[in-house]
Design a protein around this ligand. Sequence first.
Ligand SMILES: O=C(CO)COP(=O)(O)O
Length: 288
Amino acid sequence: MLAKRSLLSAGSRSSAVALPPRVPAGRGRLEVVCASNAKFFVGGNWKCNGSVASVRTLVDELNSGVLNSGVEAVCAPPFIYIDYVMQHLDSKKFALAAQNCWIGGNGAFTGEISAEQLIDFGVPWVLAGHSERRALNGESNEFVAKKAAHAVSSGMSVIACIGETLDQRNSGSVFKVLDAQMQALVDEITDWSKVVIAYEPVWAIGTGVVASPAQAQEVHAYLRKFCQAKLGLSVADTLRIIYGGSVNDANCKELAHMEDIDGFLVGGASLKGCSFVTICNAGGSKAK
Ligand SMILES: O=C(CO)COP(=O)(O)O
């Protein structure tokens, strides 16, 4: 586990952070704030990238990297490469995730893979609700929440992804959007010890436009307050809230310094072994 960070009052936390532009005021309606108390978590989402040859190279690069002992690192290859990665990636350093699973159990669902099958195959983690699936596959908040809850109840750990679009940010509805995404998860998931929340603003994904540390911290602190109000202090305190969107080896350290950023979900930079290892190690002193 990470060394426990001190609990701060809402005032002392927010005064340390310069508010970013275009974020609406008046969201601080949840009063009590707590800090995270969990191991730094970094996921690599390989998305629909790679070939037999490039996956082999990436696995070799990852295996030769040296990770901080305190980091929990997870790689999410495309389904078709999971078997190879499972056989060859150093499981003492990296766990495996699937990028998606079906909303329920086995059955007549052509093209789907169930959480039960992933567990059967030895894959402990799964992503749910990545913005690309929300946008391209029409996955609603409720669908994502039901899928995440089913995966958790099947024994999987879930990286549940949320985040606003640029239009939503510009129109001042960031927290309304996040409230709806989070509330759907709160309504369905009963065991939060198996959940990591990935805040991935859509405008930062694959654009090279990373959220500023202050922007990300503001949202993460808000999400933690939301969880405290809905799920209680102990869940909020231990829940990992990780940031995703144009994280790379140059910007990860500054982001990792922020109090409520408990790790990263990495796309493009996770395809380069040395960059991903650098990002995994960005938690530095956050790890025991
Ligand atoms: O979508 C992401 C991770 O799930 C982030 O992607 P990039 O790191 O390429 O912006």
